[in-house]
Design a protein around this ligand. Structure first.
Ligand code: 3PG
Length: 307
């Protein structure tokens, strides 16, 4: 029997698991569930008999890939696949996919939610500020960036975007101001929302030079990845300027330093929760299950990321 394993340290909503099960069982496959595991051993053990695996931010490193002796496909139910060792998978002929766009509205809603929370003084009862009329710079205009733009325009924000991989016309047709350089974006916008992936080019790229361009009362919002921030530089700019704030769904490793000295200018979710909605879990989870069925049955490799 073909085995499909859901291996999620951060479980999907039960309704999503139910939907995945329906897709998998209808195809005549068997579903295994490894949720909320606490050690790598459990994952190594769980993947042993799996032909296909659905993960979230779970680390599919070389050990996991080697342990999956029957593995043919890994689907990251979500956007970023920096948690998968693509080379190790490719070496073993395993196909890796993601499910682009499926959880992007959830992440975008959280980004705007955090901005509102900060603008209103963390709901402390005192007079705050509004988002209407403020400038928002979207750093990378992919699925999440597009959704952030759509919602922010509803708030009446002036939305800008920088993305070297997206044509100017595509950004402008959404009534978003295109800027040619990342420096221009950081200079122009009070709020910056990060949507870049974590890769060799982007890791540590949000650095002092860039952050120091931000206008007065600059707010950096990170629902992307912690690794794209140069954390020492962020701490440095916090020390230099008492107007800068950081709102993040992916807490920095030096969070204690920020909380100790700058608690009124930092907010981090206790656990990454941008994609933690039942809608996003259903969308991404069921898309992953369908992609697995289409691949195992017909060899459909749409959404493969390790080509
Ligand atoms: C993604 O890359 O899709 C998001 O960061 C969500 O990640 P998660 O599935 O671990 O919540």
């Amino acid at each position: 029997m073909t085995n499909v394993l859901i291996a999620t340290d951060k479980p999907f909503a039960p309704v999503a698991v139910k939907g995945i099960r329906e897709v998998v069982e209808e195809a005549g496959f068997e579903l295994g569930l490894l949720e909320g595991y606490t050690s790598k051993e459990e994952l190594l053990n769980g993947v042993k008999d799996a032909d296909a695996m659905i993960i979230r931010s779970d680390k599919a490193d070389k050990d996991v890939i080697d342990a999956g002796q029957n593995l043919k496909i890994i689907v990251r139910a979500g956007a970023g696949y920096d948690n998968v060792d693509l080379q190790a998978a490719t070496n073993k002929g395993i196909v890796v996919m993601n499910t682009p766009g499926q959880n992007s509205n959830a992440v975008a809603e959280l980004a705007l939610g955090m901005m509102t929370y900060y603008a209103r003084g963390f709901f402390n009862g005192k007079s705050g500020t509004e988002l209407m009329g403020k400038t928002l710079g979207i750093h990378a205009y992919g699925w999440v960036g597009k959704n952030v733009a759509r919602i922010a325009k509803g708030f009446g924000m002036n939305v800008y975007a920088f993305d070297p991989f997206i044509p100017k016309e595509e950004i402008e047709k959404d009534d978003v101001k295109w800027v040619a350089t990342v420096e221009e974006l950081y200079k122009a916008c009070q709020y910056i929302s990060l949507h870049i992936p974590a890769n060799a080019q982007t890791k540590g790229s949000i650095n002092h030079a860039l952050l120091s361009l931000m206008p007065k009362k600059g707010v950096l919002v990170n629902t992307a990845r912690a690794e794209v921030i140069d954390e020492a530089d962020l701490l440095k700019i916090f020390a230099e300027r008492d107007d800068i704030a950081y709102l993040s769904d992916v807490a920095p490793s030096n969070l204690a330093d920020f909380q100790e000295n700058y608690s009124s200018r930092i907010f981090c979710t206790p656990k990454k929760m941008g994609a933690q909605t039942s809608e996003a879990n259903v969308n991404a989870g069921i898309a992953a299950a369908k992609q697995i069925v289409a691949f195992l049955r017909n060899g459909d490799k749409t959404f493969q990321v390790n080509k």
